[in-house]
Design a protein around this ligand. Structure first.
Ligand code: UTP
Length: 406
């Protein structure tokens, strides 16, 4: 953008402050900042002062619990194995997050959870995936979503470790988009004199970023019909699990979601439900106390299907809903920013907002979903923090319980 044009665009939105150091910048700096500004989605910034959308009518959703799955295990396994052998299943690793709670700048997957030997998160995930591929045959492409901040480091790490034994031809990377952060007053924050404070725009945009990277054609050429999308931080994650794949196919639904039963009513996990007749994930803070405590005739909690960020999506449905706009969530976060003196400040308290779309909202767009229960101690060991709840410590304990030597 030309200088004049840039100034007009910013003035129209009351954002001229981002050019405070413009005259000090060299050509490369000007080019960088101007390019970032040209990519800002201004409609996002208006969301800061708007409340999140109101929820519709919530009702329980029917799915499969562990007992029902055990009873039909062979049937589901046969269907899933057939799909795997035919190359109809792809794995999508969401690794574009910043992992701020873990407190390391490196990609989260490069974190070493080993004790007596190195065992990287990526390595453990590849092992889990390899288990399923070896059991079923066929090949499962692994698509890894990164962000601008960690793309290079992630690719280099995989290459350096020979893809942890996974066939290199079956691994591809794609980058998600970045979104600007703003202060509570809606003003754009800078992270440097020549850069807006940008952060990954949430995991909800994975499919459009995947298509933008040209990988849609790769998946179609391979005959992929199902995408198993999962988080980087759950080291016990079963990936391309044939029983889950088979059950979802058999259900005729367009998506599937693994869940663990909530341990107690107040547990802070999103739960699966029907919202105005469509599958939906409702956050713990959106659930009334009455709903959180509601029990069925057998005394079991009604809203207790806690999602673990392991979903299956039908490829055909994804193609149909690609243009659907997901709701944008405004998250209050600590955003490092350049103060008026041009000094980078790392705030101790939340000082701004980030804009994110979330994969859990894709379940609603998909139109139908099969909740599929898994055993927490065997499939859920998320690493969000260094210590305490959902931490490196708890994940190590769970890995060992599952026979992994650390
Ligand atoms: P989290 O919600 O735990 O976010 O991501 P995070 O950024 O990794 O961690 P914190 O909150 O900063 O500590 C859940 C999953 O979604 C991915 C993450 O990599 C993780 O696998 N994710 C999250 C993305 O791929 N992109 C994003 O923009 C956000």
């Amino acid at each position: 953008m030309k200088d004049r044009q840039l100034k007009d665009v910013l003035a129209a939105r009351g954002q001229q402050h981002v050019l405070r150091w413009w005259d000090e910048l060299d050509d490369a700096g000007k080019e960088k900042l101007s390019e970032q500004i040209s990519r800002v989605d201004w409609s996002l910034l208006e969301l800061v002062s708007h409340p999140e959308r109101a929820r519709g009518n919530i009702a329980p959703i029917d799915g499969l619990d562990m007992e029902e799955i055990a009873a039909r295990r062979e049937e589901f396994f046969a269907i899933g194995k057939e799909a795997m052998r035919a190359g109809k299943v792809a794995a999508v690793l969401l690794a574009g997050g910043q992992g701020t709670r873990l407190g390391s700048d490196a990609p989260k997957g490069t974190y070493n959870v080993g004790v007596t030997r190195p065992l990287f998160i990526f390595e453990q995930l590849i092992r889990n995936l390899t288990d399923a591929v070896s059991e079923c045959g066929g090949s499962v492409p692994l698509y890894v979503m990164t962000s601008e901040a960690n793309d290079e480091a992630t690719r280099a790490f995989f290459a350096e470790h020979d893809y942890f034994g996974y066939p290199e031809k079956d691994v591809a990377f794609f980058r998600q988009e970045m979104a600007p952060a703003v202060g509570f007053d809606g003003k754009l924050l800078l992270s440097a004199k020549d850069s807006l404070a940008l952060s990954p725009n949430g995991n909800g945009g994975w499919y459009s970023s995947f298509l933008r990277a040209g990988l849609g054609a790769d998946a179609e050429r391979r005959g992929v019909e199902w995408f198993n999308v999962f988080a980087v931080d759950n080291v016990l994650q079963r990936i391309a699990d044939p029983v889950f794949v088979g059950a979802t196919i058999a259900s005729g639904r367009a998506s599937g979601a693994k869940y663990v039963r909530k341990a107690y009513p107040e547990e802070r996990v999103g739960v699966l439900c029907l919202e105005d007749g469509l599958p939906s994930v409702i956050e713990y803070y959106e659930l009334s106390e009455e709903m959180a405590n509601l029990r069925d005739g057998a005394g079991r909690l009604v809203y207790a299907d806690g999602v673990i960020l392991n979903y299956l999506f039908c490829a055909k449905t994804l193609r149909e809903i690609v243009d659907a706009r997901l709701p944008v969530h405004v998250a209050r976060k600590k955003v490092p920013y350049l103060n008026e003196e041009g000094v980078l400040v790392t705030p101790e308290r939340e000082n701004g907002c980030k804009f994110e779309t979330l994969i859990l909202d894709m379940v609603r767009c998909a139109g139908s979903c099969l909740p599929f229960e898994v055993e927490r101690s065997r499939e859920f060991a998320p690493i969000k923090n260094r210590t305490g709840t959902d931490s490196v410590d708890t994940a190590r304990e769970l890995l060992e319980k599952n026979g992994v030597t650390l």
